[in-house]
Design a protein around this ligand. Sequence first.
Ligand code: NDP
Length: 386
Amino acid sequence: MNMVKRIAVFGSTGSIGKQALEVIHNNPDKFSVEILTANNNDQLLIEQALEYNPNIVVIADENKYPNVKDALSKTDIKVFAGEDALEEVAALDCYDVMLAAIVGFAGLKPTLKAIESKKAIALANKETLVVAGDIVMDMAVENRVPIIPVDSEHSAIFQCLVGETRNRIEKIYLTASGGPFIGRKTNYLVNVKREHALQHPNWEMGAKISVDSATLMNKGLEMIEAKWLFNLQPQQIEVVVHPQSAIHSMVQFEDGSIKAQMGLPDMKLPIQYALGFPSRIKNDFPRFNFKNYSTLTFEDPDLKTFRNLGLAMEALEKGGNLPCIMNAANEIVVYAFLKNRLGFLEMTDVIEKVMADIPFISNPTLNDCFESDGEARTLAADLIQL
Ligand code: NDP
């Protein structure tokens, strides 16, 4: 029997959300759209709602509610607004899988609610695991909820681990494209502006993750994400810079054997894999041609220049609330950088200071995470004078 999976796309107006809707559109016999959510892009949310006819839409920005409500008044689609509505809707029975594709800390609460409500999670929102990975994964185990990664590196590792449940991982290699400024030094980076940072060589992504890729913070967030997803120790996670992005990540087992997952860099593939799991879905995406890749290269990341990655490694190592603090400071500095209020390299200085100043908690509760997040944001904003 072919069951249609009912999908809730949280963050449907974003880069991942839009690509997920394409995947769903191409597989109407496998997926239906039940929930769509946006922050303030009411126009796109309305268009998506009219096209996909979900059960429910949520616009987080309450000021946009009248527009959305009016535009959908001739349909049966229920419209909700506000941050709390995201959580309330995440707890409803009308869907099977949440695609967690909200960017940043804002994705945490709805995802927790979905796990509590025993929904499978296709997880793009890596910040959820950076902020409260321990708590999120425990809750997932308790509720017997699968967390299937969408991030391409983690999807790669997840795919390498299929059929290996009894075999210990010796280490994983997280591949990194190196971002748009690979090979550059601080004398160049000091002048980098928003427009440069938003141009990624291999992937087209939302603004925040594009800046994170340019600073290598993204790879640091991914190391922490990997720790929780695959239950690893920090020393089992190694970053290798691989600018061709052909290998999406690798797992090395105890016999020294290494499995890699490869393909063209296209987020639709890991999105499709996560939504379709455990089945692979036939598609007509362009195929990888080895002859177009005569050389695949691998090198260590430049931690001296891209200090954010070093800070993330420190957070990974120390654990506790430090990743949460780092994440909050990072969200504030990226926002300030995107508004041209802070220089590229200054972002790191602010994150470092916030990590040093906010009190460390080794075993934070969820409430501690919320508090540390708030304190770190306030301090970062003060330092930048936002
Ligand atoms: P985008 O910025 O393109 O989209 C973010 C989505 O979240 C939008 O729908 C946005 O709504 C919504 N949103 C933003 N802030 C809030 C908020 N406060 N409350 C509710 N909704 C909010 O991001 P991406 O799609 O690039 O990334 C989404 C997540 O996936 C991130 O965590 C990222 O790290 C991860 N990811 C992304 C990849 C990519 O290729 N893009 C690859 C791997 C992981 P609106 O449009 O109205 O602002």
